[in-house]
Ligand binder design. Structure first.
Ligand SMILES: [Zn+2]
Length: 397
């Protein structure tokens, strides 16, 4: 049988230091996607590039915003008071999840520092969980394939708002005898890394996860002769240094960032333009950030390299990438003051490497594992023929 353990945001160097069981297995670093976890998940479950599966950021511009109702309440969108925004975020999230309309991993996040007048312009790239049969039906994914091929399987703790012990608790009733495949989702590792970076709290949690994986493997071995463990993460983490960047400091004229249609995520600033003048004005601001050495605009060369040629009208007409170890303040997520560590950086930095570990032998010539390889490797382990035109390769020797 196959046991797959996904851990969000576990970096290669920390696995080596604090996860002795995983470190004792065959292992390789994982090169992440150039984007956040939602892009990584779509890639690893579907075995396609970002510009093929079309999930890059949590939000994109579109007609199906869960916040459309704001426009129907007179004057509401011009009231920019933080408590009101938090309230609107909370109510909308509750309504959307209650109606079963939006049940994605992130739910409907509050766009904390974005003016309310822009909220209704944006919709979610994924509006259901990755293992929901309605998730982007056009391309098969690991969960639809498991169903189609009648693989006896269980998916553990893949739901939103994962807490520290969810996978440990929800796996208690697993009957390994009846199963060929188990997928464990451990999302909380990423929360720990954001909060504590490389510090002891995160180290201890990783060791706890490592113990859990070893115990599950031991239990499965009691009833199955052949048990393959695949334990992997989607990206690493980089401890933040220096002050958070306030993009408004780079606007020298009367206009500020809120005069433009934009989204500021932790280390990206995405812009949509109503005219060429706006494009020129924003370009000048971003050029100042670039000349201070903070990052670059994602151009066609970068898009070609990382398969990011998505529809600009949806994902951003000009996208500034803030390089490590920096993040923006006043983002859609909040002010960022309590975040110790970040990700979503260009996947060339050693600290940004994730992990791939298995008791099965990995081809010697493979130096780095790509998230594209996860699905073909899983299918091969389950003896399912690849009839899906997948981009990656099987990793086994
Ligand atoms: Zn992640």
């Amino acid at each position: 049988m196959i046991l797959t353990f996904f851990m969000d945001g576990v970096k290669y160097s920390m696995m080596k230091d604090y996860m002795p069981f995983l470190a004792s297995l065959n292992n390789r670093p994982v090169t992440s996607e150039f984007g956040y976890s939602c892009a990584c998940h779509a890639t690893m479950y579907r075995g396609k590039y970002i510009d093929e599966h079309n999930t890059w950021f949590i939000w994109k511009r579109g007609e199906n915003s869960p916040y459309k109702w704001i426009d129907r309440v007179p004057l509401l969108k011009y009231m920019n008071i933080l408590p009101l925004k938090l309230f609107i975020g909370k109510v909308t999230n509750k309504m959307a999840t209650k109606s079963g309309k939006i049940t994605a991993y992130s739910g409907v996040p509050c766009l904390v520092n974005l003016p309310l007048k822009y909220w209704s312009l944006f919709e979610l790239s994924d509006n259901v969980m990755w293992n929901d049969p309605n998730w982007k039906k056009d391309i098969p994914n690991i969960f639809t394939i498991l169903k189609d091929k009648d693989i006896k399987h269980r998916v553990i703790a893949l739901h939103n708002k994962t807490k520290a012990d969810d996978a440990f608790i929800e796996s208690k009733d697993l009957d390994f005898k009846e199963l060929e495949y188990v997928y464990y989702f451990i999302g909380y590792t990423d929360n720990m890394m954001h909060s504590y970076g490389d510090d002891v709290e995160a180290q201890e949690y990783l060791t706890k996860v490592d113990n859990f994986i070893r115990e599950e493997y031991e239990k499965a071995k009691l009833v199955h002769e052949n048990v393959t463990v695949i334990a992997f993460s989607d990206h690493g983490h980089i401890d933040l240094e220096g002050d958070l960047i306030n993009i408004n400091k780079y606007f020298t004229g009367k206009k500020k960032v809120n005069d433009y249609i934009h989204l500021i995520e932790s280390n990206y600033a995405r812009f949509w333009f109503r005219n060429d003048k706006e494009r020129q004005e924003v370009k000048e601001v971003l050029d100042r950030l670039i000349s201070d050495g903070y990052g670059y605009i994602i151009d066609q060369t970068v898009k070609d390299k990382y398969h990011l040629s998505l529809n600009e009208k949806e994902h951003g007409e000009m996208i500034f990438y803030l390089a490590p170890p920096r993040e923006f303040t006043n983002t859609i997520w909040g002010f960022g003051h309590s975040v110790k560590s970040g990700h979503g950086y260009e996947p060339i930095h050693p600290k940004h490497l994730g992990i791939f570990c298995s008791n099965k032998r990995i081809k010697k010539e493979i130096e780095f594992v790509s998230l594209l390889d996860i699905l073909p490797t899983t299918l091969e382990s389950l003896q399912i023929k690849d009839e899906y035109n997948l981009r990656g390769n099987c990793l086994w020797e």
